[in-house]
Design a protein around this ligand. Sequence first.
Ligand code: CA
Length: 508
Amino acid sequence: MLPHLSIRSFLFCWLCGSIMGFATAAERTDSRPNILFIIFDDWNGSTHAGAYGCTWVKTPNFDRVAREGILFRNVFTSNPKCSPCRATILSGRNTWQLNEAVNHNGLFPAGFEVYPDLLEESGYSVGLTGKGWGPGDFRACGRTRNPAGPSFDDLKIEVPAKGINSRDYAGNFAAFLEQRSKEKPFCFWMGFHEPHRSYEYGSGERLGKDLSEIDVPKFFPDTEIVRRDMADYAVEVEWGDQHIGRAIEALSAAGELENTVIVVTSDHGMPFPFVKGQIHEDGFHLPLAIRWGAKVNGGREVLDFINVRDLAPTFLELAGLEVHAQMTGKSLENILLSTESGWIENRDTMLVGKERHDIGRPFDQGFPVRALRNKDFLYVHNFHPERWPAGNPETDFGNCDPSPTKEAIKALGGHFYDLSFGLRPADELYRISHDPQCVDNLANDLAFHDVMEQMQSQMMSMLREEGDPRALGKPEVFDNYHYVGGRTKGYETWLKKVEEEKLKNLRN
Ligand SMILES: [Ca+2]
């Protein structure tokens, strides 16, 4: 469906063009804002950025975007893993509203509209460098290109760094700026591969990180191995941050900085046990900074709860389009154009969840969870507490990336092992205002019984309204969706054993 300009947005664009578009007006007939969307892969940015108070990860360019624009304090992914989070960003829907795209390493159904396509249809030039939507298969359902945008070959644009593993994001973006159609606004997706693993062991110290400055969270043992692993992660974050700076320089050189909405975020928390892929605050709480020249009053901090599904509706509205009817997120336009800080629209409740991530359980089972976060608490419901949250021990906890920290915790056992790899109860309740790292489960504390009951009921009611099959008595759909990723070494042999055991028990 071709989107249409609303009258209000048309006037807004015309005014923007009249007031601000002089730098590019000579070449541009369409003065709608450009959109540069920058996404890190596995960055725990809401704690590991200078703008949020971190001293051992240096992010001067993210901090600049925040300082000259807005720093968002409460931003969440609907599902803390690469493909489902990115599917939410692109489609403006929560992951349980996306059929197969709810799962990691699954398919991206053709029936869901994504904002890069809608902007392109309305006259934008679109482009993509680095990691878009994935891992998964977008072709199986009839798509011919990554939902995050076309390749440079499709665009016939020559760039300095080609291929899926290209790390010269800013160089590629500068080439895009140079060779794109200059009459049109653009929408560009810059997807860093950092700080996803793997890392060069000891690179943090080699590049000057002082291990004594690392802030080790409560859910890890405070050891040299963990500190070194976190220092190595920090230098990967800093690589991405440099590319934010270079992208801003390229925009400035092209005369497009004033009229570009720059958005910087991440898909979920760091690739360490207890965090990536897990429903804990560090897993799903994201960084977000948005700069838009003089249009957005700088130096502001917003406390409203933002879901990454709010981005697609925002981009459409800023481009003067109606928000697509499929999108369940809510545009941030009013928040961006407000001059206030703090709570602006009193958005103070958020749903989070997951189904299947990486395999490591028998019969491709996921670890289904739904959670509700409000100002003070996080309530988590694990629908299958008998399953292993990070994957089965027999397949080396396949939903947790291999790392020195993972090995250290496995070797140590005990409390830290249980936190990262052990079975979890059906219900968890964390008082985020007192326990932001989610290490003290209050679900069995009678003092919080009423809070938990109220949140449980509110969560299920919200999920039913959203049409979540998990809340509507049809949970079987999720584990039946295709899995297109690889399996842990030894999985097939182990699965055979599990099946033999099952048959034996049936005969007995
Ligand atoms: Ca990721």
